[in-house]
Design a protein around this ligand. Structure first.
Ligand code: HGY
Ligand code: MN
Ligand code: MN
Length: 420
């Protein structure tokens, strides 16, 4: 049976225009973007997004978590009252990592918006409302997958009290955006209101480029656990204190970082570990470091493996700390479970790729994404387009426009398959 509207395509020039306008907000000297959650640039990007939605004759929607979206309501039909109609969400995120790239998240939101514009201007009657979403704080500058966790009803007061970016920064950011703990916790949607979630994203790795494949169809998204580890020694004079007499916190932190990498590569080949930051206190040239706070993140595709890796890393931290006569404090800062993508959605993506004459391969995601917040509520699926040299979370991030358009057309065709 031929697929209705199988010849329908997005408007590549219109999508590029909106993508480029967005990329100019928070742009950096080396043509990256710097739009951490609730920063001036991020709030400016959201203001632009809202104005763009309203100019496009789509409905603007926001919620207590600050999620921003465009809605294309179903064309009312007598046989399916609007109230019973579910929503198919397409989207990603407009926040970025500090000094990041202009494609991570932004491409997915612009492609989602372009799909709604294309469906609307062709007057296509669907069985669902369509929504193009920008989720709050996907990157975890404050919490991580914040907006999608709130929408899914997974966000807890504890997540807000002990966020990985620090409680003070979260409160300051929420105040800037006119949000609060209670508004965040009010953003949950009913499971039965959701028809599914589809996301287009850059791969942020080299597999598609290496194999010259057009589209990656994601099989699963890794889980992510975060800790702050504090290695505590004693401040002393950096000149007059003998090397033997020092309790130097930097030695424990550094030894742990190196040993953690070795252990994960040796014993947990499916996992990754990252120390993204070390805060030294007092932090002066001439003071032996009294305390070093380590921002630790580790990832696995397998929930059970996490428990083993968690135990092994904390034991290693305690060992390295004791080795240098230090005290160790550990603070757990939250976790996102790994999640499998929905088979039916994966098939819709594969059929769409075939219909568009695009090559595709299945692959797991080493990056976290909002879909993992929603995977237990509704069918979730993701597609990747190639990243040049695998670069991401850096101004070097780049994807060819032709690949961006391919991704948007697969998103369009898959949405039509699932929404009709
Ligand atoms: O960190 C990640 O995996 C994603 O880019 N937020
Ligand atoms: Mn992203
Ligand atoms: Mn990212």
């Amino acid at each position: 049976m031929s697929q209705p509207f199988s010849s329908l395509r997005v408007d590549p020039d219109r999508m590029r225009e909106s993508f480029n306008q967005l990329a100019s907000i928070g742009v950096t000297a080396d043509s990256g973007v710097d739009r951490p959650t609730f920063s001036d640039a991020h709030l400016a990007a959201r203001k632009w997004f809202r104005e763009h939605i309203e100019k496009s004759s789509l409905e603007f929607h926001t919620d207590g978590a600050g999620n921003h979206s465009a809605v294309l309501p179903v064309i009312a039909r007598s046989d399916s009252p609007e109230a019973m109609t579910k929503t198919l969400i397409l989207g990603s995120h407009l926040d970025s990592v500090p000094n990041g790239g202009r494609f991570d998240g932004a491409l997915g939101v612009m492609a989602a918006l372009e799909v709604l514009k294309t469906v609307r201007e062709n007057g296509i009657r669907l069985n669902v409302h369509l929504e193009a979403m920008d989720f709050t704080d996907e990157e975890g500058t404050l919490v991580g997958l914040l907006g999608s966790a709130a929408l899914a009803g997974h966000l807890t007061q504890e997540n807000l009290q002990k966020p990985r970016g620090g409680r003070d920064k979260l409160v300051e950011g929420m105040n800037r955006a006119g949000l609060s703990d209670s508004s965040m916790l009010s953003a949950a949607r009913k499971k039965e209101s959701l028809a599914g979630y589809l996301e287009l994203h850059i791969e942020q790795g080299k597999r598609l480029e290496r194999t010259k494949t057009d589209i990656g169809i994601v099989t699963a998204i890794v889980g992510i656990w975060s800790y702050r580890l504090s290695f505590i020694g004693k401040a002393d004079h950096a000149g007059s204190t003998t090397m033997e007499d020092r309790r130097d916190a930097s030695l424990g932190a550094s030894a742990f970082t190196l040993a953690a990498r070795e252990m994960v590569m040796r014993d947990f080949p499916n996992c990754v570990v990252n120390v993204g930051n070390m805060d030294f206190a007092p932090g002066a040239f001439n003071i032996v470091p009294a305390q070093v706070d380590v921002s630790l993140e580790f990832r696995s595709p397998d929930e059970d493996e996490f428990n083993h890796l968690d135990k092994a890393l904390l034991e290693l931290a305690a060992k390295e700390s004791a080795c240098f006569g230090l005290e160790l404090k550990t603070e757990f800062l939250g976790k996102h479970s790994p999640s499998l993508m929905d088979e039916k959605v994966r098939s819709a993506f594969a059929e769409s790729c075939d219909a568009l004459g695009l090559s595709h391969m299945s692959l797991p995601s080493g990056a976290g994404h909002d879909g993992q917040s929603l995977a237990d509520l509704c069918p979730v699926g993701m597609i990747f387009v190639p990243s040049v040299d695998g670069a991401s979370h850096s101004p070097r991030e780049f994807t060819k426009w032709e690949d961006c358009v391919n991704g948007a057309n697969v998103l369009l065709q898959a949405a039509l398959r699932l929404a009709m």
